[in-house]
Design a protein around this ligand. Structure first.
Ligand code: NAD
Length: 448
């Protein structure tokens, strides 16, 4: 139970902000969620989640019922919160640099709140911002808009490491908390909030400067992305050598504690709202400072190619794809979410269309989001319907329901039973025994 019921405002209720808001409410903090998008706001006011994310609908319904959460359309209506979390988007600009305009606007609005209603409160920036942003953008904007200096209010950069699909669990059980306060009081005040939030389960806390806190987030995402690209490069070589299988290699090297098994799943590359965006932003900042980051460059380059493993793999069996019917299983950038941002499906499907293939796609939750982004694609209502009459099925997103599909279903439904496993969810020998042509990322092929 919360000892001190400090109030929290969360600005920007996307994947991160909505998760933050409902988790704070669940731990007994009164929350005001601020969302500028009128459509999202209307939905949240009805208690309907705007994202597909496990546990969010339940927590949202509970929060709305308890009346401990309210949703408003602007910071102006946020009342008198003790803490203001900034969780707005930081998308890429066309040149790869980060678009900080949403953060700047939110800071201006919060600055006005600080001016209107003077008391000590702390602004916590959780949006991913390139190193230096809190000190060079957020702090001066807050100070000029509020007409008071840090000290009269607190400011802390605290990066977020949640994974979509596991966002609630990650919020309640993070590996660490990173607190980059602009002064000691800011850090201590945010720490006291988190002590109330986590109680006896307070994770390891790293207290540091705002710029270090920002760098920790970017260095962390770059490293994870590099692991993925590394294993995908190994996969490319494995696929060219009969008898090699990248999953066997990854399982073995992952047992080495210095390496670790996580983020060594070979596939069609990473997508999502964070990895590419953050790596490109980091590279852009590095360039401005005259620093080159060849590993970041290579990580992005390898990832750009990774999706093509599927096209090469199916062409090696079917030849030219003109007129072929290709079934795409999975559209979201990863399982457990409806997020289509930078999804691999958005790279593969246009390529298949360019080759003249007819594409039918199925995803358990992201069809609505996908329809806005993909033209000339037929959407099926089930995996079974999707593969019916197809010449090839490609596993693009590793949803559990695809893992459970039996070879017999592919054999029965497809015109030409041929599966390309882009996420390594199937046992190749089981499929081959069932008489299915089988290819997979990182699987050296000798027969069938
Ligand atoms: P998102 O685009 O899903 O959500 C941002 C929301 O902010 C939108 O709903 C937008 O309408 C709203 N918004 C923008 N300006 C506003 C304002 N002035 N007032 C009120 N609402 C405003 O973004 P996201 O995926 O939630 O990511 C947010 C930030 O968190 C990004 O910097 C991202 O890199 C970082 N992050 C995201 C995740 C994740 O899992 N999505 C994980 C870690 C970090």
């Amino acid at each position: 139970m919360v000892k001190e019921r400090k109030s929290v405002a969360v600005i920007g209720l996307g994947y991160l902000g909505l998760t933050t808001a409902v988790c704070f409410t669940d731990r007994g903090f009164p929350v005001t969620g601020v969302e500028a998008d009128a459509r999202k706001l209307a939905s949240l006011n009805k208690g309907v989640s705007t994202i597909h994310e496990p546990l969010i609908p339940e927590l949202l319904a509970k929060a709305v019922k308890s009346k401990e959460i309210r949703f408003v359309g602007s910071v102006h209506q946020a009342g008198d919160p003790d803490f203001v979390f900034i969780t707005v988007g930081t998308p890429s600009k066309a040149d790869g640099s980060i678009d900080l305009s949403y953060v700047g606007r939110a800071a201006r609005e919060v600055g006005a709140l600080l001016r209107r209603n003077r008391k000590y409160r702390v602004v916590v920036v959780k949006s991913s911002t390139v190193p230096g942003t809190t000190m060079s953008l957020v702090k001066p904007v807050l100070e000029s808009e509020s007409r008071c200096n840090v000290g009269m209010f607190g400011l802390c950069y605290s990066p977020e490491f949640i994974r979509e699909g596991k966002a609630v669990a990650d919020t309640f059980q993070p590996d660490k908390l990173v607190l980059g306060g602009v002064d000691k009081r800011s850090t201590e005040t945010v720490l006291s909030l988190y002590k109330n939030f986590y109680g006896h389960d307070l994770p390891r806390v790293i207290e540091t400067t705002p710029s270090n806190a920002e760098m920790i987030k970017y260095a962390s995402n770059s490293f994870l992305a590099m692991k993925v690209s590394y294993v995908n490069q190994v996969a490319k070589l494995c696929a060219a050598i009969p008898g090699c299988d990248v999953t066997v290699v990854a399982d073995a090297i992952g047992l080495d504690k210095r390496i670790g098994r996580r983020f060594l799943d070979a596939g069609l590359g990473f997508g999502g709202s964070c990895f590419s965006k953050d790596l490109r932003a980091l590279r852009s900042v590095a360039r401005e400072r005259g620093v080159s980051l060849p590993l970041v460059d290579a990580t992005l380059r390898v990832n750009d190619d990774a999706a093509m493993a599927a096209i090469d793999g199916i062409e090696s069996v079917l030849g030219k794809l003109g007129g072929r019917r290709v079934a795409i299983l999975g559209l979201a950038f990863k399982p457990g979410t409806d997020d289509m941002r930078d999804a691999v499906s958005l790279r593969i499907i246009p390529e298949l269309k360019r080759s003249g293939a007819h594409v039918t796609a199925y995803d358990p939750v992201s069809e609505e989001n996908a329809k806005e982004l993909l033209r000339g694609v037929k959407f099926a209502n089930s995996a079974s319907e999707c593969i019916t009459g197809a010449d090839c099925a490609i596993i693009v997103t590793e949803w559990d329901e695809f893992r459970r599909l039996e070879p017999a279903l592919f054999k029965k439904r497809m015109r030409y039973p041929f599966v390309f496993d882009g996420r390594r969810v199937y046992d190749p020998s089981k499929f081959r025994k069932a008489g299915i042509r089988f290819r997979a990322v990182g699987l050296g092929t000798t027969s069938r």
